[in-house]
Ligand binder design. Sequence first.
Ligand code: SAH
Length: 365
Amino acid sequence: MYKINGKTDLLSLDIPELENFLADIGEPKYRAKQIFSWMHRGVGLDGMTNLSKKLRETVAERAVVNLPTVEQKLVSKLDGTVKYLFGLWDGNVIESVFMRYKHGNTICISSEVGCPMGCKFCASTIGGLVRKLLPSELLGQVIAAQNDMGERISNIVMMGIGEPLDNYDNVVKFLKLVGDPEGLNIGSRHISLSTCGLVDKIDELAKLDLQITLSISLHAADDETRSSIMPVNNRWRIAELLDACRRYFAATGRRISFEYTLIAGKNDSPEYARRLAATLKHGLYKNSQPFPIHVNLIPVNEVAETGFTRSGSAAVNEFARILGTLGINATVRRKLGSDINASCGQLRRARLKADESENQTAENI
Ligand code: SAH
């Protein structure tokens, strides 16, 4: 089912699937919970001391425990935010960010290596999609960061590299694994999923009736502007996306968040703030009862390749103020880890660039 170099990827399996795996090698069911709980504490086969050496060897012939390695770790001197560059079994790297909030430790995880969505301001999509992450690799980021920090992680945001709904099946499996009381036990109320707006997948997710918070990367209030910075808008227009948000709320009762990246001269004028309020109200509520939403304003992180400039703080505050007067709940995202390139995609880019120039140097010699 989940394979790595022809071997079973044990950490992607839930307990019933592990029981089947064990049955195939003639082992009793109860071992499944033992192996599950070791793996979810970040322990590989060698460290599973309540299993006989022989059993560990038999398992190792057919399976692997796929945990990432810490390739690089940057600690912010400003706020203690920690950024990890994790190495995967095939040499790819991804990023995760550990943040301390009053409500608990939070990790921002990646969902894919690279990203196929092509948003014009984003560092993660330069170079496109390399591959989707396995459930074990989604989970591994949480396990590895928690072990390295020695502190419990209680909240997860899927806002790192990649589009989580483009990796739908593995993400749903991950949500199941991470909520298991035998493992990390992080329930869906403590998880946010950010999407650029894959409408078909939002509807599928709504049907699962999980309590995760949906965060929509909107970034524009009209189709022309949104299409010019987010190619996904050519597939589903803003009105279709907001319809899906309404259905998601109807199914789950969860407040929906909207991300709005402020780009100087592009979408940050008072006129755009008024347009955003009107678009949200019209698109979401139509003739029905308003439901709770929240807008996160994020001054764009300047990425060398994209050429976008962040809005000044006066423009940002004015934008937020106008939304407030129009009855839209909005806050400016507090920027954590600004001294360590904490915005996702940038550290992996830097590593890829370094590798490229190393290769070029090697070729030159
Ligand atoms: N693919 C998902 C999640 C990953 S990005 C999504 O699109 O939501 C997480 C958030 O960061 C998204 O809102 C994304 O649009 C935003 N983002 C990407 N690049 C950014 C940049 N350079 N500055 C500010 N926000 C950015």
